[in-house]
Design a protein around this ligand. Structure first.
Ligand code: SF4
Length: 358
């Protein structure tokens, strides 16, 4: 029996019941595929339901304010996905009257839609015979065929894409693509694949040669950058200050407290001597009411060491006045912030430093 047949049969008996599988609506499929790109299925379900409740159609998404989109996305990470979706939704409304293009060739022309997403929407919503190829698929075929070309190189990707195209069940592209995704998520997982219950173990080169741990081959390790953040939570009359991140950096367009980034971990008495602190408060009187122990926060390519400092200020500096919004601390939750800030506020009772008459 050929690989695709075995896989589709396995899927018929083992498929996961997922809300986006019950529809051929391209908008819902697109939303689910973007969410699932860097998110586990279990976590993705709630976000998917929440997202389509907030923006039931592509028109709703296109018309929404980006801050609202980011707020709904908050906690999922990789915020570029949400910003790109917003841009794509506008393009679909403005240039395609709100109808998704029906072919891979047309879908891939949309801004912010990559190869995988275009293939997935074309196959799942419109039944086009294209293979949706992502990291799961690279890993599966690298193991089955014992591909030694690293999967993080152009050559490796091309080689594996050619295999994936060749293996596609052209009669049932939707089911086949769903099947391979589930297979990668529940059997041939990145770590500790479940080889003993694998339906294709007999044809798997890595398994036969006892080399499962060695595949897929990667050329390089992801380099992690270390960054040191001190968030200042200014307090004046019970209010604090936030601003939107505008630079092309992590968390672009999310809101945050004044941030001082340094090239090493600094103690609070060193931070208050920095030029950034002086610029932020212009030499006005500041009382440090609280500071947290630095904590490590991991992103895919960055390791962030973060500390929060609550500082009571006697007067607003020009910089705070011009570049930040003064809001009540409890209102921070109305804004889209990074999970790091969200988690900190949930865990630390800093409200006690916010008295109206202070
Ligand atoms: Fe993946 Fe193991 Fe099956 Fe090979 S035998 S395809 S490594 S689960």
């Amino acid at each position: 029996m050929v690989f695709s047949q075995v896989l589709v049969e396995w899927y018929a008996a083992n498929k996961r019941i997922l809300p986006w599988r019950e529809t051929v609506n391209p908008y819902y499929i697109w939303v689910s595929e973007v969410i699932l790109q860097q998110t586990r299925v279990a976590q993705g379900i709630d976000y998917y339901l929440c997202f389509i409740r907030a923006f039931p159609t592509v028109f709703d998404l296109a018309a929404a304010d980006i801050d609202r989109v980011l707020k709904v996305w908050q906690g999922l990470g990789y915020y570029t996905r949400a910003r790109n979706m917003h841009v794509t939704a506008k393009e679909i409304v403005e240039r395609h009257n709100g109808s998704f293009p029906r072919t891979y060739k047309e879908l891939i022309k949309l801004k912010g839609v990559g190869d995988y997403t275009a293939s997935a929407v074309a196959a799942f919503a419109f039944g086009e015979a294209v293979a949706a190829v992502d990291g799961n698929v690279y890993r599966i075929f690298a193991r089955i065929f014992g591909v030694d070309t690293p999967i993080d190189t152009q050559k490796g990707k091309q080689e594996l894409k050619a295999i994936a195209d060749n293996m596609l069940d052209k009669e049932h592209p939707g089911v086949y693509n769903q099947a391979i995704m589930d297979f990668g998520g529940t059997v041939c997982m990145p770590r500790k694949p479940n080889c003993l219950s694998c339906p294709v173990m007999e044809i798997c080169s890595a398994f036969r040669n006892r080399k499962v741990e060695q595949y897929p081959v990667k050329s390089k390790k992801i380099k992690q950058t270390e960054r040191f953040f001190t968030y200042i939570i200014p307090q004046k009359g019970g209010q604090t200050y936030i601003t939107k991140r505008v630079k092309n950096d992590i968390w672009k367009s999310l809101y945050e407290f004044p941030l001082i980034e340094t090239d090493r971990q600094m103690e609070v008495d060193e931070i208050v001597e920095t030029e950034e602190w002086q610029t932020l408060f212009e030499g006005k009187r500041v009382d440090v009411l609280y500071y947290s122990v630095p904590k490590k926060y991991m992103l895919s390519h960055q390791r962030i060491f973060v500390r929060f400092v609550v500082a009571r200020i006697s007067e607003e500096s020009q910089l705070l006045k011009e570049n930040f919004s003064a809001i009540e601390l409890s209102k921070v939750h109305d804004y889209s912030t990074s999970r790091l800030i969200e988690n900190f506020l949930a865990a630390e009772p800093v409200e006690k430093y916010f008295k109206k008459d202070d």
